[in-house]
Design a protein around this ligand. Structure first.
Ligand code: BGC
Length: 452
């Protein structure tokens, strides 16, 4: 049974997302330069089970088949990222035509199958050649990024109508420069704010390049994780405020308001520099949309030992947790979208990632690969999204994370987020129950969410 109850607005855009290093494989093929993820994954001890992106989903060679998987779901949009070092092996200067051609062929294949491409310029795989010159710590990276972006806009903007500068800059700095769990693996409180600042300068410079070379839409993607206080004590409330500023405002505030929240100085102390005033003009470029990646929330308490926030998360005893240890909390999606609108105004929004890692049976039984927990997660979050739209949020579309199981960064292949199951030994893809649910939701523009 279906009902009109969950029908989404006309033109609501249904998609799925992936990123280059997580799915492509063949990282050095056809003249590509190495990225920091190639280097990190080949550094002993950095990746779970010694996994690497050498093969991943072999999408570089199987992209045509993968576009058919998208088509089978009825996807209207596909969000993918471009590996900078495939196109510019040294990060700047010389273009590698074969690398560029891969993305051009992918875009053509998508369009031939009626799927709108949404390209992200940076999903964490910085060329090693640029890391060797300081990477995100070097102020010149804003220009390196804008030059790379211009190459891509000139080559593909005739066919790609939606562009993203950066995916989740917070993860790059928190994982890559502060705690060292992600590439480039630094652990330095003094570097993290500088990397963060240069990421947003680069995003601004990339948006400026788009205004010079592009004719459609450009935006930026943030991960937002709402923070709720564990108690009303002054200490817990202050910890919650710090956690929120650090994760949710550190990047969105300069991009959309042209300033940093004062809590960052409180958190970083002497490691928080005075940034040149003019930088804020570069960072605050008008965007056509903002993408929000939403997975979970945190309930926060004061914790004097926790670096750098003096705050930690409190386990919720009655909740469901995913395999990455994230609480399933769909109300947080509504709260996130509402908060974003209230703080930053009515900019068009997309959910550019949302999904869950759960244990899956290793193979299909009677042709079915049943993933009830992921399907429930998907359904609950789409219902929440519908509520948020009814409450007046300017939401244009949704991209499920992820089209298929892939390399979950330093957790390797152990965590599966896919709508399609991937057998990494054979590269066989199998639709999970969640994929089938998503296909019916797309086909009915949400109405199928009412069915049991
Ligand atoms: C990232 C993805 C990642 C996903 C699940 C996001 O932080 O953009 O690349 O796989 O979350 O952890």
């Amino acid at each position: 049974m279906t009902s009109h109850r969950f029908r989404f607005p006309e033109g609501f855009h249904w998609g799925a997302a992936t990123s280059a290093y997580q799915i492509e494989g063949s990282p050095l093929a056809d003249g590509a330069g190495p990225s920091i993820w190639q280097r990190f994954a080949h550094t002993p001890g950095m990746m779970a089970n010694g996994d690497t992106g050498d093969i991943a989903c072999d999408h570089y060679r199987r992209y045509r088949d993968d576009v058919q998987l998208m088509r089978a779901l009825g996807l209207q949009g596909y969000r993918f990222s471009i590996n900078w070092a495939r196109v510019l092996p040294e990060g700047t200067g010389r273009v590698n035509p074969k690398g560029l051609d891969f993305y051009s062929r992918l875009v053509d294949e998508l369009l031939e199958n009626g799927i709108v491409p949404n390209a992200t310029l940076f999903h964490w795989d910085l060329p090693t050649a640029l890391d060797d010159r300081g990477g995100w710590l070097n102020r010149d990276i804003a220009h390196w990024f804008a030059d790379y972006a211009a190459v891509m806009f000139k080559a593909l903007d005739d066919r790609v109508p939606r562009w993203t500068t950066l995916n989740e800059p917070w993860v790059v700095t928190d994982g890559g420069y502060l705690h060292g769990l992600l590439a480039p693996g630094h652990r330095n409180k003094y570097e993290a704010p500088i990397a963060a600042h240069n990421l947003m300068r680069a995003s601004g410079a990339g948006i400026q390049a788009y205004r010079a070379h592009g004719n459609h839409e450009v935006g930026v993607v943030f991960n937002i994780e709402p923070k709720y206080p564990h108690s009303q004590s002054a200490e817990d409330l202050a910890a919650t405020r710090r956690a929120h500023a650090y994760m949710n405002q550190q990047f969105a505030d300069p991009a959309l308001l042209g300033s940093y929240p004062p809590e960052l100085k409180e958190i970083f102390g002497d490691a928080w520099p005075e940034f040149p005033h003019d930088d804020f003009k570069l960072m605050q470029q008008p965007v056509d949309f903002v993408g929000i990646n939403y997975y979970t929330r945190a309930v926060v308490k004061h914790d004097a030992e926790a670096f750098p926030l003096k705050a930690s998360s409190v386990f919720q005893p009655n909740a469901t947790y995913t395999e990455t240890g994230w609480e399933v909390f769909e109300q947080g999606l509504i709260d996130t979208l509402t908060w974003f609108k209230n703080r930053y105004g009515n900019v068009p929004l997309y959910i550019t990632e949302n999904g869950s890692a759960f244990y899956d049976p290793p193979e299909a039984e009677n042709g079915e690969l049943d993933d009830p927990l992921r399907a429930t997660y998907l359904r609950k979050h789409l219902v929440a999204l519908h509520q948020a739209i009814e409450a007046g949020v300017n939401l244009k579309g949704y991209y499920a994370w992820s089209l298929m199981d892939n390399l979950e960064w330093s957790l390797g292949f152990s965590k599966r987020f896919g709508l399609y199951h991937v057998d990494f030994a054979t590269q066989k893809r199998t639709a999970k129950t969640s994929a089938k649910l998503y296909a019916t939701v797309i086909e009915s523009n949400g109405e199928a969410l009412a069915a049991d």
